[in-house]
Design a protein around this ligand. Structure first.
Ligand code: ADP
Ligand code: MG
Length: 313
């Protein structure tokens, strides 16, 4: 069964929850109208899925919906921002009711617990593409101190890495907002790992032409996976693996993680901050302009050029 655009929006995207008093006009005929408090700056982050993601998941609406909303809101979280408002641009070859019902439910499963309201979008026909733009607020005083990474910073990863098929998108409440806020307050910089750890590390270093050494033996993962990767030198798979909810981040030297410095806690995953969750120091930032992945026996793991790039060039 196929539905028209207006009915589609009313039926699947126009929902009562969450109620937000700062949404003066939400989904309707006009552009959305939002109340931004004085002294706050608007922060936005975008996530897009396309036919490649559709093929990967065979069009599974639950996976696609969760992933899309999770990545957009995690990107805001990496900036220390909680999502308040989101918009959705959706292009579908055909508007099928069961697919739309499952897709929209999956989106709201991630956004409602965050208190983020869907305030509008656009819907068109064509090959699958879906884009969420998430919006949130940052205090102006916080915005003024723009975080940046520097040589000497610790390089860290939250949670536990996986190299298996992408199937671990956030269930309710797993968007790392508290961690992102804490990193920002410490003067660190965070990136989401939704395009792989290799890409995230490069994104952190590139703006400043910095380098880093990452010790593969420190990457947080299950012991079984580590044995597999060590046995078949399968690190590339891990570095390219997309994880929608974890962050890769830097922390300035001597950051007080309430119970000590990152350097003193580097050995294994520990619950550092209660609700900030687990994170592990995996390496350090340096001024070499070169990103090096070092194996447990001290050898360099040779990643393809784009993961091993000389960032100074
Ligand atoms: P327009 O004629 O301006 O393109 P639409 O019929 O596309 O208007 O949209 C009507 C209303 O529904 C607008 O408020 C728009 O923001 C909202 N909307 C359209 N598509 C979506 C969507 N996929 N998700 C949420 N809101 C949507
Ligand atoms: Mg339209």
């Amino acid at each position: 069964m196929s539905v028209g655009e207006f009915e589609l929006i009313e039926r699947f995207f126009h929902r009562a929850l969450p109620e937000r008093s700062d949404v003066l006009i939400g989904i309707g005929d006009d552009g959305a109208l939002l109340k931004v408090p004085t002294g706050q700056s608007l922060v936005t982050a975008t996530a897009t899925l396309s036919t490649a993601d559709w093929d990967e998941s065979s069009g599974d609406p639950v996976k696609l919906g969760r992933k899309l909303m999770t990545v957009a809101t995690t990107r805001l979280a990496a900036a220390g921002v909680q999502a308040r408002w989101v918009t959705l641009a959706l292009t579908l070859p055909e508007a099928r009711v069961p697919w739309l019902a499952a897709f929209s439910d999956a989106l709201f499963q991630v956004s409602v617990p965050l208190g983020a309201a869907l305030i509008g979008g656009d819907t068109t026909r064509g090959p699958f593409t879906a884009t969420i733009v998430g919006h949130g607020l940052l205090d102006r005083a916080v915005v003024q101190t723009k975080p940046r990474c520097r040589a000497g910073d610790a390089l860290c990863v939250s949670g536990c890495l996986d190299a298996g098929p992408q199937d671990q998108t956030a269930a309710d409440g797993q968007i790392p907002v508290a961690l992102g806020q804490w990193i920002r307050a410490c003067g660190g910089v965070a990136e989401d790992i939704s395009e792989g750890l290799g890409t995230a590390v490069r994104s952190l270093l590139r703006p400043h032409a910095l380098g880093a050494t990452v010790e593969l033996s420190r990457l947080p993962m299950a012991a079984k996976l580590r044995r597999q990767l060590e046995a078949n030198n399968g690190w590339l798979e891990l570095l390219g693996h997309r994880d929608d909810t974890q962050l890769c981040f830097t922390l300035p030297p001597g950051t007080d993680a309430t119970s000590g410095t990152p350097a003193a806690q580097e050995d294994k995953q520990k619950d550092k901050q209660g609700n900030h969750g687990h994170w592990t120091r995996v390496g350090s930032v340096n001024s070499s302009g070169i990103l090096q992945w070092v194996t447990a026996d001290g050898r360099l793991f040779t990643a393809p050029a784009d993961l091993q790039a000389n960032l100074a060039k």
